[in-house]
Design a binder for this molecule. Structure first.
Ligand SMILES: Nc1nc2c(c(=O)[nH]1)N[C@H]1C(S)=C(S)[C@@H](COP(=O)(O)O)O[C@H]1N2
Ligand SMILES: [Mo]
Length: 373
């Protein structure tokens, strides 16, 4: 038996017009995913020059929805694109020159990195970690590998893609084999698959899609109509009758009881929890605005505020409110949600809930606020 050759693959989908069309959409999905991922990373590890706005209150929610949904859309598009081009694996000679070998190698890197990103991102959304590495820095590092090899790939293929996109997608000169989709049908089915994947999952973050999104994930259900990511039991937090909020600033500090916080002017705001994993949920939060709280105790404003949780271990036991968030009147030290006292799982006695902020920074079971010098 002779080894298969590229020319032996005659299905209509193996065509530059098909590859280019699907590739264009896949490229858009990757770029959206990359940019929104960078933004999310920068919010969580802000470089000095970076400032994330506090409005609109749903801005982070939209960013993260785009990140996760562009990733979801990319999965069927990537599979379709690989199907369209896989006969090239059998092209001979495998490399025509050193440059060609490097270019083909970079495609392998791109495929590996793309699969890695889509698979780890998806599994992370389902809290399934069948690996030993820590997800965020690895996902972040491989994103650069993916985008670097993508840029090389686009650079190399641009002339070919441009040509292929300019020409209308002709149906096959010969009628397609039985069971083989025609070119246009293949492109249409790929687009439909991407659209269906998005619709099936978008309800995790787009409220009016909840009922069609059969695969949407949240962190399960939780008390007070809100999902819970890490329960009090998992975090080792119990109700502490001696709880006091400690506020510290350069030159002073103050302890406040829950009764004292309750007696302060309260504000209610509709704000989302937008988990980095892509689910989000809005709720009506009530509590003391952080800037008002700071000024009531005489702490200076306009600075970052470090938030510490009662949780002892745990990666998310503390967070920083950057100056813009610490000064925003919608940044609450929340004491209640949806009209009743916070459930222990949602951070009783007090949690941070701020506009346009990743869920992971909405620290629960707050024990201490420190105005950073
Ligand atoms: N102290 C503490 N706060 C935390 C967490 C945590 O693990 N510990 N998880 C965060 C994450 S990842 C999210 S998405 C939100 C979820 O809030 P909820 O459980 O009230 O829905 O809480 C955040 N606050
Ligand atoms: Mo989260």
């Amino acid at each position: 038996m002779r080894a298969p050759t590229e020319a032996g693959f005659t299905r209509p989908a193996h065509d530059p017009g098909v590859t280019s069309r699907i590739g264009l959409w896949l490229g858009i999905a990757f770029v959206v995913c990359f940019v929104t991922g960078l933004i999310s990373h920068a919010i969580q590890h802000p470089p000095g020059w970076f400032e994330w706005p506090t409005r609109p209150v749903n801005l982070y929610r939209i960013n993260q929805g785009l990140h996760v949904l562009s990733g979801v859309a990319a999965i069927p598009l990537l599979l379709a694109k690989l199907w369209s081009v896989y006969p090239k694996l059998f092209a001979r000679p495998a490399a025509r020159s050193v440059l060609h070998a490097i270019e083909r190698g970079s495609v392998l890197v791109l495929i590996g990195a793309a699969f890695f990103q889509l698979a780890t991102g998806l599994l992370n959304a389902f809290h399934f970690y069948p690996w030993r590495f820590f997800f965020p820095p690895t996902h972040y590092a491989v994103a650069w590998i993916a985008i670097g090899s993508l840029i090389v790939h686009i650079g190399v293929k641009l002339p070919l893609t441009r040509d292929a996109l300019r020409r209308p997608l002709a149906e096959n000169p010969v009628p397609p084999r039985r069971h083989a989709l025609g070119r246009r049908a293949f492109v249409r089915v790929s687009a439909l698959a991407a659209g269906a994947a998005v619709l099936a999952t978008a309800g995790g973050t787009v409220p009016w899609l909840r009922r069609v999104s059969v695969l949407a994930w949240t962190s399960g259900t939780g008390p007070q109509g809100l999902p819970v990511n890490r329960t009090a039991a998992a975090a080792g937090v119990t109700i502490d009758p001696g709880w006091r909020l400690e506020i510290v600033w350069p030159g002073g500090s103050r302890l406040l009881t829950l009764d004292e916080l309750d007696a302060m002017p309260q504000r209610t705001a509709e704000l989302p929890i937008a988990c980095v994993e892509g689910w989000s949920a809005s709720a009506r939060w009530t509590g003391v605005p952080v800037p008002a709280l700071l000024s009531l105790v005489g702490a200076p404003g306009g600075r970052s505020v470090q938030v510490e949780s009662m949780e002892r271990g745990g990666l998310y036991r503390s967070s920083v409110l950057p100056p813009a968030h610490a000064a925003d009147e919608l940044t609450l030290l929340a004491l209640a949600v949806n009209g009743s006292r916070l459930d222990l799982d949602h951070g009783y006695p007090a949690r941070i809930i701020a506009p346009s902020r990743p869920g992971v920074l909405q620290t629960k079971w707050v024990r201490r606020l420190e105005v950073v010098p």
